[in-house]
Design a protein around this ligand. Structure first.
Ligand code: SF4
Length: 75
């Protein structure tokens, strides 16, 4: 079964107009593994590289899969 988003829109993100699926606008933190990962802070090389790439190309790329993901609450 394929999901068909019903709507897209454009808005200004960090000073640049971008296109986005309306149902995902502002949902990066809800879906990206990094925000629940023990290694995110103080720093993770993968996350920093992705952030630099996103900043350079004005895109948003949540991490859905990662070999090093570890839940923040895990010991
Ligand atoms: S280890 Fe993976 S999931 Fe964790 S912060 Fe780094 S890139 Fe994100």
């Amino acid at each position: 079964m394929t999901y068909e988003p019903s709507k897209y829109e454009r808005y200004i993100h960090h000073g640049i107009e971008v296109g986005v699926r309306s149902d995902l606008l502002g949902k990066h933190r809800d879906y990206c593994l990094c925000y629940k990962c023990k290694w995110f802070k103080p720093s993770c090389q993968r996350a920093e590289a992705i952030f630099a790439f996103d900043k350079k190309y004005h895109i948003v790329t949540p991490v859905f899969e990662c070999p090093d993901f570890k839940e923040e609450r895990e010991a």
